[in-house]
Design a protein around this ligand. Structure first.
Ligand code: NAP
Length: 541
């Protein structure tokens, strides 16, 4: 397309975003190079291989919708698929559409700089190669940069350490071992029941207890699969304009509009169905503190019902934040695991880990000795993977500097002063508050539509207007502030990373509403974006 650059597009990442981008860019005739730091495709599902890893969105929904034959052909073995099945699916898609030949594995993009003369990006990899590209697309995922807390004495510990988000590719055998898990978010809650069955002894270090709902996972039945596949395209249309990019049954009445018995009956029904649909029991659980309390209390009662030891049950009961304002966890036998003889819970909410020593972990001056320590301590979410590339825009402005008080984007897609840089499911878009694959498809489609429109019009540079961006940044906060979400110290708020600005990063206005906003902006001649003509188009005038 452009003769003054090496390639039309450079994409960073070959997860679900990078794969679909490559498919669409190639189809649209844009020359593309994709760089992936991992050894193969799959992104988050390539790295998160910890025992018990699975998706908490139903697989018939957490899958690509862009190709009817693909969605008809693929068979998911379970309702909620395990990591190996999702990774196999990513590989199937890559092979089916012959994508791997254009992906360069085990290569990291280190820096990118917008060159004002060239009106393009100069991109540097860890191999020292510099590539000039018209467009630069970050498809680096929202939850990809692992976080090991800076605990004193970390390097003194001589046993094995693991992070759930960077798990070894070969099988790890914990049998006969005494092991520790630090962290009880989704990754901890999924891995603990499986690890407990392998290890001789498992000790869980919990700072904040989490609300977790049983997945009630089950093998995929032919009947259920057919009920989706017979009407897949209609279902997908509905999902695209839904609140979360997935079909959930929202009971559209306030929690306090029904009496106590009716509420209990409904929670019990939803608990038995399992999954995140529990939060759809009523329409105000995330906006009304009193309504929220009723759901939170129901979960606390379930924990106390399941966990036999009263003291352990009490420690496992979350109380310090409303249910749903930290990512709700979905489990398979999590609370039941604490009834096992070989599992112990250590409450570190008041007395944190003092330090690590050669043998293990010290809490409250007591040594807990371990053969292995597993960090399920989360990620520098939403911005961590973007900042891993040293991105410099107009006038050498570093993205990290521009975002030092929090991410500033227009639609979570672009940032002013960084022309021709797109972020797939960036901060300020529904991203992690949605079924990621549906949001990925929407962003990729929007990028492709924009590039095609620019090509038709002889335009070569696109950038958001600062005013439009500022308004969007305010809107994202305004919508979040109408909910209970800001009340939790969550990674949505950047609260898990010391020094990270505190603000709600994803857009919570809803997947369908967001899509309609994007459609309206495009229909209004890309309101809030500004464009420049290519040199060829100017010369031709
Ligand atoms: P997370 O939700 O951030 O949980 C990290 C855990 O580590 C928390 O319990 C945290 O305690 C604890 N922790 C952090 N620093 C600590 C310290 N210094 N001392 C003691 N404890 C510490 O991370 P995650 O479990 O990996 O999950 C991240 C996100 O990935 C999820 O919310 C979800 O969106 C996604 N995910 C999804 C699935 C799925 O689809 N099922 C599975 C795994 C992950 P505090 O709460 O006190 O900070």
């Amino acid at each position: 397309m452009m003769k003054n650059v090496d390639v039309d597009v450079v994409v960073v990442g070959a997860g679900f975003s990078g794969l679909y981008l490559l498919y669409r860019l190639r189809e649209a005739g844009f020359s593309t190079r994709v760089f992936e730091r991992g050894g193969d495709v799959g992104g988050t599902w390539y790295w998160n291989r910890y025992p018990g890893a699975r998706c908490d969105v139903e697989s018939l929904q957490y899958s690509y919708s862009f190709d009817e034959q693909l969605q008809q052909d693929w068979h998911w073995p379970e309702k909620f698929s395990a990591q190996p099945d999702i990774l196999a699916y990513a590989n199937h898609v890559a092979d089916r559409f012959n994508l791997k030949k254009d992906i360069e594995f085990n290569i990291e993009v280190k820096a990118s700089r917008f060159d004002e003369n060239l009106k393009a990006w100069k991109i540097t990899t860890n191999t020292g190669e510099e590539i000039d590209a018209q467009y630069f697309i970050m498809a680096t995922g929202c939850i990809s940069t692992t976080q090991i807390p800076n605990i004193k004495g970390l390097s003194d510990y001589v046993g094995n350490t693991f992070h759930t988000g960077d798990w070894p590719h070969e099988e790890v055998d914990f049998s006969g071992q005494s092991i520790a898990v630090i962290g009880t978010g989704s990754s901890g809650i999924q891995s603990i029941p499986v690890l407990a069955k392998q290890a001789k002894k498992l000790t869980v270090f919990q700072r904040t207890p989490n609300y977790s709902i049983p997945s009630q996972n089950e093998p995929m039945t032919k009947k259920y699969e057919r009920s989706w596949k017979d009407v897949y395209s209609e279902r997908r249309k509905e999902m695209r304009y839904s609140a979360h990019g997935s079909l959930k049954d929202l009971n559209d009445v306030p929690a306090l509009s029904v009496d106590e018995d009716q509420r209990q009956e409904l929670y019990t029904k939803r608990w038995a169905i399992g999954g995140t649909g529990f939060l759809g029991s009523f329409n105000d659980l995330l906006t009304n503190a009193d309504a929220n309390y009723t759901a939170a209390e129901y979960v606390r009662q379930q924990i106390k019902r399941v966990v036999k030891d009263k003291e352990t049950a009490e420690i496992l009961c979350p109380r310090s934040y409303p249910i749903g304002t930290k990512r709700i966890c979905i489990d398979t036998g999590y609370f039941e695991t604490y009834n096992r003889e070989n599992v112990k819970l250590v409450d570190i909410s008041k007395k944190p880990i003092q330090r690590l020593v050669a043998d293990g972990i010290i809490v409250d001056d007591q040594l807990y000795a371990f053969d292995s320590i597993i960090f399920a301590t989360g990620f520098d979410a939403m911005t961590g993977s973007i900042f891993n590339v040293d991105i410099k825009g107009r006038g050498g402005l570093a993205l990290k500097e521009k975002w030092n008080a929090g991410p500033k984007t227009y639609l979570g897609l672009m940032s002013a002063s960084f022309p021709n840089l797109f972020m797939i499911t960036g901060p300020g878009s529904p991203s992690v508050k949605s079924n990621m694959i549906m949001s990925i498809e929407q962003h990729v489609d929007l990028v492709i539509e924009t590039l095609l429109s620019m090509r038709r019009k002889g335009l070569s540079v696109v950038e958001p207007e600062l005013e439009a961006e500022n308004k969007w940044v305010d809107h994202v906060q305004e919508v979040a502030n109408k909910t209970l979400f800001p009340q939790a110290n969550s990674w949505y708020m950047g609260a898990n990373i010391p020094g990270k600005p505190r603000l709600f990063m994803p857009y919570i206005g809803g997947v369908g509403a967001y899509r309609e906003i994007c459609e309206e902006i495009v229909a209004n001649n890309y309101r809030g974006f500004k464009f420049e003509k290519s040199k060829q188009a100017i010369a031709a005038e």
